[in-house]
Design a protein around this ligand. Structure first.
Ligand code: F7E
Length: 347
């Protein structure tokens, strides 16, 4: 606490959730310390677009450098620490399994250790993930559903999740694990499927490209919510009287194909699917143009076929509900990308 203001540290400040969370906390009059990795390819573009870059105190941070984490915690003694830093792209985790395990598993242990030693009053939020359910053992998934991760990413996040549970039980560290299902927004990185779709369709729609969008598995299903809704839950978890684990989701699931169709509607495409599996294409009947093509390059070595979360516990205990539904989310994203494409700022 400084000048009566609570201090929040956010790692992963340059990412999608970092921006929405920082905005949310600044509106609550927090002092926000944004931790970022120097030399990261990611820039401050999202924070600039939110209009909050000048309001955040940016600090150098390296998740794999234990001494750096210890110094930051000892010096700033934040009231709250939100760990949103990670290698977050599931597909990349098969190419970089060791790095993913270090950053997404060990990195979290470093923070927990630093809190335990140097800032024991800090409340900690860990960005856990529905990827821990992977090959789902129950439908819908709750806090009690057994885990079965299907990627090095999911396995690494599971280690971090259990470390949070263990540190709160063993050392009284206030560590919460938010099992967030997929959450998207116009600030989503373009490697993730929703934004890949909206950014590419916006380019076709505004005449910037004639190339079809190439996708992998169209039939996988996800429970997609809005990042802006989900960051509120991160904060709510840390205001509760005890640390706990919560599933955060909408309770609805939709396929990638449905997302493509929904986004296509806003681009006036009359989509028709032809062929099957790797030969499948999506044609705009009006123009006869192929706008989507399956490319097996985007298939994963092990797929998570279907996720759907039950957010009942969050609803009951923290009085939280997802506000933005699937169609509104898709609309928000495609309209934002069409605007950006028109202005030539679709990055
Ligand atoms: O893939 C399929 C792909 O990369 C979703 C991360 O935030 O949410 C995210 O992980 C689905 C998969 O997200 C393409 O096979 C088809 O089934 O958008 P995604 P994700 O892997 O679900 C969780 C909760 C996290 O924690 C993660 O950090 O879409 N898909 N075609 C494709 N996916 C991508 N990326 N690209 C394609 O061309």
């Amino acid at each position: 606490m400084t000048n009566g203001k609570k201090i929040a540290m956010i790692s992963g400040i340059t990412g999608q959730d970092g921006g929405y969370l920082a905005k949310f906390l600044l509106e609550k009059d927090y002092r926000v310390l944004g931790l970022y990795r120097r030399g990261a390819t990611d820039t401050f573009a999202k924070l600039k677009e939110h209009g909050i870059l000048e309001k955040i105190e940016l600090l150098d941070f390296e998740l794999l450098e234990f001494s750096n984490i210890c110094r930051l915690l000892r010096k700033h003694q934040p009231d709250e620490f939100y760990n949103l830093a990670a290698q977050s792209f599931v597909a990349a985790s098969w190419e970089e399994p060791v790095y993913t395990a270090q950053a997404d598993g060990m990195g979290v242990l470093y923070i927990l250790e630093a809190i335990r030693e140097f800032s024991p009053k800090t409340r900690f939020y860990q960005a856990s993930t529905s990827e821990m359910f992977g090959k789902v053992q129950e439908v819908p998934q709750t806090e009690k559903t057994p885990f079965y991760p299907r990627s090095p990413y999911g396995v690494s996040k599971l280690m971090a999740h259990w470390m949070c549970v263990n540190y709160s039980e063993s050392f009284n560290v206030f560590a919460c694990s938010g099992i967030l299902f997929n959450h998207e927004s116009p600030m989503r990185g373009k490697e993730f499927v929703t934004r890949k779709i909206t950014a590419h369709f916006a380019e076709i729609y505004t005449g910037k490209t004639n190339e079809p969008l190439e996708l992998g598995n169209l039939n996988a299903k996800r429970d997609w919510g809005f990042s802006g809704d989900y960051v509120e839950m991160m904060w709510k978890m840390l205001q509760h009287d005890k640390p706990d684990t919560y599933v955060i989701s909408t309770g609805e699931t939709h396929s990638i194909r449905e997302f493509v169709e929904e986004a296509g509607k806003h681009c006036d495409f009359d989509l028709q699917w032809e062929g099957s599996e790797e030969n499948e294409i999506g044609i705009d009947k009006k123009t006869g143009k192929t706008v989507v093509r399956v490319n097996p390059k985007f298939y994963r070595p092990a797929e998570v076929e279907m996720l759907i979360g039950n957010p009942e516990k969050a609803r009951k205990i923290l009085n939280w509900n997802a506000k933005v539904d699937f169609k509104s989310l898709c609309r928000m994203m495609i309209l934002a990308d069409i605007e950006r494409a028109k202005k030539g700022i679709l990055v």
